[in-house]
Write a protein that binds this ligand. Structure first.
Ligand code: ADP
Ligand code: MG
Length: 260
């Protein structure tokens, strides 16, 4: 008898760092667009009440009918909340109500598993699901780490202090111990990288060794193009197709696909 073919289900990748402004959202939007270009079916989930991902993909967080909050606390099926975007990706949007999601989840048993369970329903419909985390290590980020099988940690190559990374890795250790044995750290991703700066080069060279984690390459160069993209609801992969930043994200996306 031929082996029973297992229905393929999406790899789920959390993009997290409790530091703000390290390009988590930019990374989710750009990798998502890169995977879509490669013909993959991609779902992006906005877990941040700031809703930057939702906004940057051209959806208005004030006008979305249903958001991730309705899934996590209101009993709506995730399928009913998905909107499709111009970049060839699907999105589960965030909205201002998500500011109250953490508090609503706190009193619930098994609160760390709510997202994982909600994603189960759509997992067979996608090749990749990327989770854009808020700048905190709260319940929503724990939900992302519990649902994911891979973690990307964007880090600004400019910053001297990576103290927060140790704390994030402690959390990851606890998550793999108690909540999700399948979570693998795909790597730190150096962002906002200025290759002309010795300091940036040293930070990138040091980070993998210091924390004992892989470093995704190439680093994402710092370029003004990234700031321009969200204004038109498209990622840099569409607005500046052959810019260095877009090319770097495509390379990182290809490298990630090989490791999955
Ligand atoms: P986070 O989600 O970690 O808070 P964002 O993705 O929102 O970070 O990025 C923070 C800011 O940095 C945004 O204004 C974004 O446009 C900008 N940015 C992100 N990546 C780059 C880059 N490679 N070059 C220049 N600006 C960038
Ligand atoms: Mg963000």
């Amino acid at each position: 008898m031929p082996p029973r073919s297992k229905a393929k289900s999406a790899a789920i990748i959390a993009v997290a760092n409790q530091k703000g402004g390290v390009a988590k959202t930019t990374t989710v939007a750009s990798l998502g667009a890169a995977f879509a270009e490669m013909g993959k079916r991609v779902l992006l989930v906005d877990l941040d009440a700031q809703a930057s991902l939702t906004f940057s993909l051209g959806a208005d967080p004030d006008e979305v009918e249903l958001s991730i909050n309705d899934v996590l606390t209101g009993g709506h099926a995730l399928k009913d909340v998905i909107v499709s975007c111009d970049d060839g990706v699907d999105l589960v949007p965030s909205a201002i109500e998500v500011a109250g999601t953490e508090a609503a989840l706190l009193g619930r048993p098994a609160r760390e598993y709510v997202l994982q369970q909600a994603l189960d329903d759509v997992r067979a419909d996608y090749d990749l699901i990327l989770l854009d985390c808020s700048p905190s290590l709260g319940v929503l980020t724990l939900n992302a780490l519990t649902a994911a099988n891979g973690l990307i940690i964007p880090m600004s190559a400019e910053m001297l202090s990576h103290r927060g990374v140790g704390q994030l890795l402690d959390t990851v250790r606890d998550v793999t111990k108690f909540l999700n044995k399948k979570l693998v750290i795909l790597g730190a991703l150096p962002t906002l990288y200025d290759g002309r700066s010795n300091h940036a080069r040293e930070v990138v060279a040091d980070v993998g060794e210091r924390y004992g984690i892989p470093v995704l390459m190439p680093p994402i160069p710092k370029t003004v193009r990234f700031a321009e993209a969200p204004a038109v609801g498209r990622s840099i992969l569409r607005t500046a197709r052959s810019s260095k930043g877009a090319m770097a994200y495509r390379e990182v996306a290809a490298a990630i696909l090989k490791t999955l």
